[in-house]
Design a protein around this ligand. Structure first.
Ligand code: CDP
Length: 253
């Protein structure tokens, strides 16, 4: 079999040329990084979990009419996605103060925000993805005003969808990051949700205990990251709670 052409290798994923023009194969690695890759490790099983979880979230969003790059899952670690031009922004939506925002504004972690807050960071690892305003985005031409209107409404729809989904399984969606892609249909361009949606790019807290079920487990050395992601996947019904083979046979007298 001919070797696939690698297009890009990032911190947690590899992108390969897809089988047809305009498609890409997205491979989920087990590598975990934090603090702009200053902390690194290989977490066995993380890639498989994120592939499944991202498929689950993207499929649900597609169903409710939020356009995404997701086409189909190919195997345990790979999914087929639509090729797009990535808008160089990390869009962060926050419901509860945590992480960099809590630090920046001197807020107590866990404080519910008066309303969801959307922030934009310029995607540049060398600069540590700095926070930017719509003024920077417009002045440097990273996105148009129309794009920004679309990005804001798309982000808030994703927030409502994910918050509801998590609420249903006893988890608070504290914040998350998404990336947006640009696709062209002839002369017409539109924006779609790209990259991944997984506990790598969200903060998830158990509603009862406050237990962290996201990448903070890795960032702050709070235990097993795979266990945390498996818990999320099981609650959402993405992975079975019990493997059938684990059921003991009954003794017949
Ligand atoms: O995670 P950190 O405190 O550095 O940054 P944050 O601005 O508080 O992150 C807000 C949310 O976006 C968290 O759920 C992060 O996991 C996610 N994020 C991400 O996935 N990738 C980044 N480069 C930055 C933030």
């Amino acid at each position: 079999m001919a070797r696939r052409k690698k297009i890009y290798e990032g911190k947690a994923k590899i992108l390969y040329e897809g089988p047809e023009p305009g498609t890409i194969v997205q491979y989920f690695k087990d590598d975990a990084t934090a603090f702009n890759a200053q902390k690194k490790d290989v977490i066995e099983g993380k890639g498989v979990l994120n592939n499944r979880l991202s498929e689950f979230f993207m499929t649900g969003l597609n169903t409710i009419g939020v356009p995404t790059h997701f086409i189909k899952r190919l195997n345990m670690r790979e999914q087929l996605v639509r090729a797009c031009e990535i808008v160089p922004l990390e869009v962060i939506v926050r419901n509860i103060a945590a992480g960099s925002m809590a630090k920046r504004l001197g807020l107590e972690e866990g404080m519910p925000l008066p309303r969801p807050i959307v922030e934009y960071c310029y995607k540049d690892d060398k600069l540590g993805d700095p926070l930017v305003t719509e003024e920077h985005i417009a002045a440097f031409g990273w996105a148009s005003q129309q794009d920004m209107d679309d990005i804001l409404s798309l982000s808030l729809r994703v927030n409502d969808y994910l918050s509801g989904l998590m609420y249903g399984v006893g988890i608070k969606l504290v914040d998350f990051k998404i990336e947006i892609g640009r696709v062209y249909d002839g002369d017409y361009q539109r924006l779609i949700l790209a990259d991944e949606i997984s506990p790598d790019s969200m903060r998830l807290w158990d509603m009862e205990t406050g237990q962290k079920l996201d990448k903070d487990v890795f960032r702050r050395d709070l235990g097993s990251l795979t266990d945390a992601y498996t818990e999320v996947a099981q609650r959402l019904g993405v992975m079975p709670k019990q493997a059938t083979h684990a059921v003991k046979p009954k003794l017949i007298n």
